[in-house]
Ligand binder design. Structure first.
Ligand SMILES: Cc1cc2nc3c(=O)[nH]c(=O)nc-3n(C[C@H](O)[C@H](O)[C@H](O)COP(=O)(O)O)c2cc1C
Length: 339
């Protein structure tokens, strides 16, 4: 059984392996997705650079985009060989580039073709093949149309549906496409009512863990995107509240873990900014958070991170923040309600 209860959305230029590693420090349970990766890139490009990830990232899914069944099948096979736990097909990207190449949301116009793509992928791998789709295209979506698409894709081999609960407006920018088309969470609830045996994940507009969890009595999972990038600590309580783990990491603990990670990555030749850029929001909304951000973005080095860490240790000391008595990787204090 796939544990889809909570996941972090695939986001280009955001959910690369460094950000995923950071999120994993905040929650051991949450399901992670890669950035959208074009099948041709996987087949012909620099695989190691595109697909490599650390074992700590599990459970982690590879999101593919494409419009050619053979390429997608080959890319799915390669992804499986790299160790991904799931291969997901993007049916939601509305960008011009995607439209020109014929992948992403524009495929929703061609349900039979999408079924062919899913079938090719599902036949190629043993890990589950899932889809991430929007409700429809250009405001023409209908619930019966969506339900028919789901039926066709299940027959083709799709094992779960992640529904970004709005239409894709192909004439608008990707950014506008995440704000203008109205959200219809109730359509995802209805899909689950109509197909109770199929797994559905609701996505779109969820800002907090509580908001996400509120959907779990109606669907199988909730996926958060922007809220996690803006402040990864929206997931601070995820392990306790969702996965029954006695764990509630502090910002400072995660920052120290990321320092160790950065040191390792520097040895491998990773430029420091590739990691540091994802750490800017680590102290968002806390005292010193703005200075932390400035120190990292101006310094862009391990030394800058050390300076920022010293600052935050002082702040935590001053604030008497109860959460962080042993920041440097000591075990977390036991949760008072732990059994
Ligand atoms: C910067 C950015 C990049 C995105 N890239 C992808 C992507 O690669 N694949 C995808 O399926 N969706 C992508 N999305 C859409 C998100 O996965 C998600 O569906 C959307 O942001 C709505 O969820 P949210 O309101 O929780 O952010 C992207 C969103 C953002 C903000």
């Amino acid at each position: 059984m796939l544990d889809l209860r909570l996941s972090v959305a695939p986001m280009v230029d955001r959910t690369d392996r460094h950000f995923r590693y950071l999120v994993r420090q905040v929650s051991l349970g949450v399901r992670l997705y890669t950035e959208m990766t074009v099948a041709e890139g996987v087949v012909w490009g620099k695989r190691e650079r595109l697909l490599a990830f650390r074992p700590e990232e599990h459970p982690v899914a590879l999101q593919l985009a494409g419009s050619d069944p053979k390429r997608l099948a080959e890319a799915a096979r390669i992804g499986e060989a790299f160790g991904y736990d799931e291969v997901n097909l993007n049916l939601g990207c509305p960008s011009e580039k995607a439209q020109q190449a014929g992948y992403g949301a524009c495929l929703l116009r061609e349900p039979l073709r999408v079924a062919e793509l899913v079938q090719a992928m599902a036949e190629a791998v043993r890990v589950p093949v899932t889809v991430k789709l929007r409700l429809g295209l250009d405001g023409q979506e209908t619930y019966p149309g969506l339900a028919r698409l789901v039926e066709g894709l299940v027959e083709a081999g799709a094992k779960a549906f992640i529904v970004h609960a709005r239409s894709a407006l192909l004439s608008l920018s990707t950014r506008a496409n995440r704000a203008i088309p109205p959200l219809r969470h109730e359509w995802v609830h209805r899909l689950k009512e109509d197909f109770p045996h199929l797994p559905f994940v609701l996505n779109g507009g969820l800002r907090t863990l509580e908001e996400a969890l509120a959907h779990l009595d109606k669907v199988d999972g909730a996926m958060l995107g922007r809220a996690v990038y803006e402040d990864p600590f929206v997931l601070q309580e995820a392990d306790r509240k969702v996965y029954g783990l006695d764990r509630r990491p502090s910002r400072l603990q995660v920052a120290w873990r990321m320092r160790a990670y950065l040191e390792e990555e520097l040895q491998k030749g990773t430029p420091p900014w590739a990691v540091l850029r994802h750490m800017l929001s680590l102290f968002r909304g806390t005292p010193g958070g703005k200075r932390w951000r400035r120190l990292l973005s101006e310094g862009r080095s391990l030394q800058a991170l050390d300076q920022a860490l010293r600052l935050m240790e002082e702040k935590v000391g001053e604030e008497g923040e109860e959460e962080d008595p042993h920041p440097k990787g000591h075990p977390l204090p036991a949760h008072p309600f732990a059994g």
